[in-house]
Design a binder for this molecule. Sequence first.
Ligand code: GLN
Length: 281
Amino acid sequence: MSTLRQLLSWGSETLEKAEVPDSGQDAWMLMEEVFGIEKSYYFLHGTDKIDLDVQKRYEEMIRDRAKRIPVQYLTGKAWFMGYEFLVNSSVLIPRFDTEVLVEETIKHIMPGCRLLDVCTGSGCILLSLLEECKGRISAATGVDISKDALQVAIANRNRMGLTADFRESDLFSDVEGVYDVIVSNPPYIATKELEGLMPEVREHEPILALDGMEDGLYFYREIVAQAGEYLEQGGWLCFEIGYDQGEALKEMMTEAGYGQVKIIKDLAGLDRVAIGQKNNN
Ligand code: GLN
């Protein structure tokens, strides 16, 4: 029988050997999850002997993490905009960088806003916007091509007690009606760049959520070409984009007739968001 303390150092060392980044932090997060404890409990009871069944569960999780399965898929949860979202391997893990898109989109959400999220995945963007703009959004729709992803989005919606319509749709194929704001974080990594990603992403996150085809811009072209039909005059199209895609997006949106197109950078100073307004003509 081991103690919590012994188990945590074993976990941390095992992850370090597997070259897991933040090995100590992940070993602790899994301990927190499996044992349902907080740091204060650990400090008081670190030398207590622990139940063999729970120990085995912890060891299994550490072994999975050593295989580079993201820690969020093991705990089933991820934080985004200060909210806890359920995740599994059918959805992209919400990224901190995507919070910039949410913050910028909020600025265009006026009372009575009808909001559409294309490629909604876990629903993290749509549901955070609903939380942050309480009362200002009159209708919220999230679409995704993946049925499995939609199940996660629906579970998140129900857990947060929010109202949103999630539906299966290949981009706009099953979208109805007109919206004031369309937001999207589509797959935007060029196919040839996928192999350079960390094993956590490359081997475990859904390729469908990452692959932006040949030059990474495929989904922006499609969405820019189709969105006008579903946007109110003066409505806003808000994208997350890759670190070097700002210029391409600015050109693409301007050519398609969007006005006031702006590219916003993230905290690292890289292109992160593109926003444009459907012209009032
Ligand atoms: N909208 C989801 C997110 O931002 C999923 C994005 C995607 O699958 N490309 O996390």
